[in-house]
Design a binder for this molecule. Structure first.
Ligand code: ADP
Length: 678
């Protein structure tokens, strides 16, 4: 069957990426969108777009009827589900078939077979694929689960059977901790998947996550497109992915490839799939073996690294196979070329426990794409990251002839990436890329945990250069505003229209006070005066004085010469918040308004506020309770994850403002704790 119109039942970077390949193949594309995405990039890129509902995913991207209706209205013959949303929904695959549409994915039976982690493990056990020691039975009684955990031996990992994206996954290090962790895993699983069944596995100490890309067609052919190492994770979620896996012996690769192909064949697989394994390397105290974890029956987020090293377009393969074609290549024709690395750029704040951020991307610059750099994104400058969807901004993917060269490319690519308006994990990714252990490929799933101190350095005091640049930028902007204001008034010569002191007397400096945009920064005072000759005099907090010149260039970058050195920074300002970008360096500063009476205490002085909008799912204390520093007080569910609000210090709970089930806005005061010192 020919596909000449393809509907993409997804949004963001993956929708854009699929549209690109479809277009290259001469296929007409149909986007679907929610109210929140009417102006989104994927809508702009597609040939046609259909609104399918309100912003929450369950009212739009998860609505099968709306998606099928959009396909019928636009004459699409096929639906590509991307990843997430309806991609692993067997019912949707069936509904497509019932409507005479091609579902670009595996048969519903294969999705079902791998749908639950427990069922998948049982199936793989019979197919002879090695499993992590554990319990994946039907029995869900907490007593039985606890005794299974004891039999397996602590530490154990409790996983949501319906799980994905690290949700509903909790480590229990001892029997004492087991029940609390079980309850938390079940709550999270119920909230995220509407299914609270769990399985238990031995928690391996320092495994690597190595997964195999498989591909099968409807004619009995199945190949593997080698492996990806996705060991660098945070909270069991991938952060960095690469291909091939460093230091993977050739024999082991072939063995894992064969096991993955066997797994796919065991369930009559067709299309793109990924078989995830944990590798327990001898170097880190393991047995050198690999164990099946789960199979993802869709295109994976990190597929671009495989595309880079194989020179293949996996979406093209998917469309060919979906249309009934045979696999473009046989196993013998596939080979690994060079090395590719992907990092996931998220709107999240590493300084605040990686809290997802929402807001407008007021400033966005990516490295230039080319043979060595690929940027997959679904957003542009000015777009919003909303509470409704995944806070991913982009994937940066680099390629070079070998791993050290690829790591250098990655460092360069990150240095050229500028995200302003909301906090992003760029500096954190850059710190990983710069880490000697990363260069040495000393990888396992505890990498981030182990190197935490290096990867999350404490906030540094803004440098003199940064403060000088910030002051210069603010003065230049004020000057431009004043001139624009003067041009607007009836009497441009009125002294009130020309508000800038520099015009009257170049000796009067303006005092600008900044503090680091990250918490805990001390106010820093800079004096700056615009001289009659066009230069600036700048006095830094340490008392040193510099002469400077500054202007904004055509791209809006602030170009300055300070004390004889030329500096250029990306500049983005929203009200009192400033973002300054230099290669590999991002400063966030807050300009303190001198008229503001007192600053709000960042720590909230015992008034604990919601770090983002969400729903209260547990209240762990009541008024009058004594609490210790770090004790969990209230649990907020936001963006499908649980966030426990903890006591900042020892004290007594005074007021709990919300109850379980309450929806709370960003910044809502949740609970008041009277500190012991108070
Ligand atoms: P999800 O489907 O939620 O992403 P996975 O089962 O794929 O969950 O596991 C995610 C990650 O959790 C793995 O990549 C690995 O780092 C870690 N993990 C899973 N199982 C184990 C285990 N038994 N021991 C140690 N780490 C594990």
């Amino acid at each position: 069957m020919m596909i000449d119109t393809l509907l993409i039942a997804n949004r963001g970077e993956i929708a854009c990426r699929i549209i690109r390949t479809a277009r290259r193949l001469g296929i007409r594309t149909v986007a679907v969108y929610s109210d929140a995405d009417a102006g989104a990039l994927h809508v702009a890129l597609a040939d046609e777009a259909v609104r399918i509902g309100a912003a929450p995913a369950r009212d739009s991207y998860l609505r099968m009827d709306a998606v099928l209706d959009a396909a019928a209205r636009t004459g699409a013959q096929a639906i590509h589900p991307g990843y997430g949303f309806l991609s692993e929904n067997a019912g949707f695959a069936e509904a497509c078939a019932a409507s005479g549409l091609i579902f670009v994915g595996p048969p519903a039976s294969a999705i079902r077979a791998m749908g639950g982690k427990s069922e998948a493990k049982a199936l793989m056990e019979t197919a002879g694929v090695p499993l992590v020691p554990g319990y994946h039975g039907e029995e869900q009684n907490s007593g039985v689960l606890a005794s299974e955990a004891a039999r397996i031996g602590y530490p154990v990992l409790i996983k949501a059977s319906a799980g994905g994206g690290g949700k509903g996954m909790k480590v229990a290090t001892s029997a004492e901790e087991f029940h609390e962790q079980l309850a938390s895993a079940k709550r999270e699983a119920q909230a995220a998947f509407g299914d609270d069944r769990v399985l238990i596995e031995k928690y391996l100490a320092r495994p690597r996550h190595v997964e195999i890309q498989v591909f099968a067609d409807g004619h009995g052919n199945c190949v593997y497109l080698f492996e990806r190492d996705c060991s660098i994770q945070r909270r069991h979620q991938k952060v960095v992915e690469e291909a091939p896996a460093p230091n993977l012996p050739k024999g082991l690769r072939e063995e894992m490839g064969a096991a993955a192909v066997a797994a796919a064949k065991a369930i009559g697989y067709v299309g793109a799939g990924t078989v995830e394994f944990l590798l327990d390397p001898v170097e880190t105290g393991g047995d050198g073996r690999f164990y099946f974890m789960e199979m993802n029956t869709r295109l994976q987020v990190e597929h671009p690294v495989t595309e880079y090293i194989t020179g293949q377009d996996l979406v093209e393969w998917q469309l060919r196979v979906a249309a009934g074609g045979v696999l473009p290549l046989t196993q013998d024709q596939l080979a690994v070329h060079g090395h590719a690395i992907e990092v996931r750029l998220y709107a999240e704040d590493p300084d605040k426990g990686f809290l997802p951020q929402t807001g407008t991307l007021s400033h966005l610059r990516f490295p230039e794409a080319g043979p060595h750099v690929r940027v997959d994104t679904g957003v542009r400058q000015g777009d919003a990251i909303s509470i409704h969807y995944d806070p991913m901004i982009a994937k940066l993917i680099v390629w070079d002839v070998d791993r050290p060269a690829a790591v250098r490319r990655l460092r360069q690519a990150l240095a050229a990436t500028e995200v302003g308006g909301l906090a992003a994990n760029v500096p954190f990714l850059a710190a990983i890329a710069a880490h000697p252990a990363f260069l040495e490929a000393d990888l396992d799933t505890r990498f981030i945990e182990r190197h935490q101190a290096d990867l999350l350095p404490p906030p540094a005091v803004p440098s003199g250069d940064t403060l000088a640049l910030a002051a210069l930028g603010v003065l230049l902007e004020r000057q431009a505003e004043t001139m624009a204001g003067a041009a607007r008034t009836n009497d441009p010569w009125s002294p009130w229209a020309s508000g800038a002191s520099w015009r009257l007397n170049d000796a009067v400096p303006e005092i600008l006070t900044f503090r680091d945009g990250r918490e805990g920064g001390e106010p820093q005072e800079v004096r700056a005066a615009h001289r009659r000759d066009g230069d600036f005099d700048v006095t830094l907090p340490d008392g040193s004085e510099v002469r400077a010149q500054a202007r904004f260039d055509a791209e809006g970058r602030l170009v300055a010469e300070i004390g004889g050195r030329r500096l250029a920074v990306g500049w983005s300002r929203r009200g009192m918040e400033l973002d300054l970008f230099r290669p590999g360096h991002h400063d966030r500063l807050i300009l303190i308004d001198p008229l503001d009476v007192g600053e709000v205490d960042a720590a909230g002085a015992g008034h604990l506020v919601a770090p983002m909008p969400g729903k209260i799912i547990a209240v762990l204390v009541a008024a009058g309770n004594r609490v210790e520093k770090g004790q969990g007080l209230i649990v907020l569910e936001a963006m499908k994850m649980e966030h426990t609000i903890k006591a900042q210090g020892p004290g007594t709970v005074q007021t709990v403002r919300y109850a379980v089930g309450d929806q709370v806005p960003d910044g809502a005061e949740l609970i008041i704790v009277a500190g012991d010192e108070a």
